[in-house]
Design a protein around this ligand. Structure first.
Ligand code: HEC
Length: 95
């Protein structure tokens, strides 16, 4: 599986705080209508995060979850987003 250059250890706390609730458990995905992301290729995840952050990618449906995710990723630099992706790919089997 392809990943990106980043520091998984730095990405871990960011992922736990700002991504896990919507994307990791089946229950969280159901409640927030979020897709599974661990199976996606790292470079794709990274490019989508940057596209959401810059407004190039919009959500298919404007809901509360969507706005929340965008607000959360906007706090991160591209380097921090790469750390998060590196963490997702390093731990894809356990998330
Ligand atoms: C409040 C819930 C929520 C949070 C928090 C959240 N997301 Fe999402 N995410 C979603 C939803 C809902 C979608 C579906 C967007 C759409 O309709 O296009 C999505 C889409 C995505 C996609 C696109 C998947 C694809 O197939 O193209 C990626 C990648 C992603 N999220 C990563 C993250 C990362 C990394 C974080 C943490 C920084 C995060 N998300 C935080 C709800 C959330």
């Amino acid at each position: 599986m392809l990943t990106v250059t980043g520091d998984p250890q730095k990405g871990a706390p960011h992922f736990d705080k700002d991504c896990a609730s919507c994307h990791t458990s089946a229950f969280g995905r159901f409640l927030s209508d979020s897709p599974e992301i661990t199976q996606l290729e790292g470079p794709y995840i990274f490019s989508q995060l940057k596209a959401f952050k810059s407004g190039q990618r919009n959500f298919t449906e404007e809901t509360k979850s969507h706005r929340k995710m965008i607000d959360r990723i906007k706090q991160y630099s591209d380097e921090e987003l790469a750390d998060i992706v590196a963490y997702i790919k390093a731990n894809a089997h356990t998330l």
